[in-house]
Design a binder for this molecule. Structure first.
Ligand SMILES: [Zn+2]
Ligand SMILES: [Zn+2]
Length: 147
């Protein structure tokens, strides 16, 4: 379980109030497995806070993403997934099983990847005169149980 202290500090530092929906969503991230969709987050919030609507959940997720408290990823299954941007998980990438939907976080090869992608980005932006702001790395395939 991750400590959420830094999330609350971030709110204070940036001058945001910790409203009930924000608190409720942070609770969900601290108590549940990662890579949750907005609908899953809404259902979990709804259990304890039935007054918090889906639109509020979406709005709050956008705010938390902008603040860098959570990470948003799109794994190509049509819904965005969110996870806590804890110091420890910062910078991990994903292996996604296309059969059972399991998502594996890895950070073992990040240094190697970063070196490679930096070189690639430099070459791409020179060749296509394209200013690259970000990229996402996911690998799709079958996990050990599904092979
Ligand atoms: Zn699998
Ligand atoms: Zn992840």
């Amino acid at each position: 379980m991750h400590g959420a202290g830094w999330c609350y500090r971030r709110f204070k530092d940036e001058g945001f109030r910790l409203t009930i929906p924000r608190q409720a969503i942070l609770d969900v991230f601290n108590q549940n497995s990662k890579h949750l969709s907005a609908e899953e987050i809404f259902l979990l919030v709804h259990r304890n806070y039935p007054g918090v609507g889906l639109a509020t959940v979406y709005r709050t997720l956008d705010l938390l993403t902008q603040m860098g408290i959570i990470f948003k990823s799109d794994f190509g299954d049509g819904c965005s997934r969110y996870e806590l941007a804890d110091e420890a998980t910062k910078g991990h990438h994903h292996l996604i099983c296309t059969r059972c939907g399991r998502i594996i976080d890895y950070s073992d090869f990040i240094e190697k990847e970063e070196k490679f992608t930096k070189e690639l980005e430099t070459e791409l932006s020179q060749k296509y005169k394209f200013k690259i702001n970000s990229h996402q790395i996911h690998f799709y395939g079958l996990c050990d149980k599904c092979q």
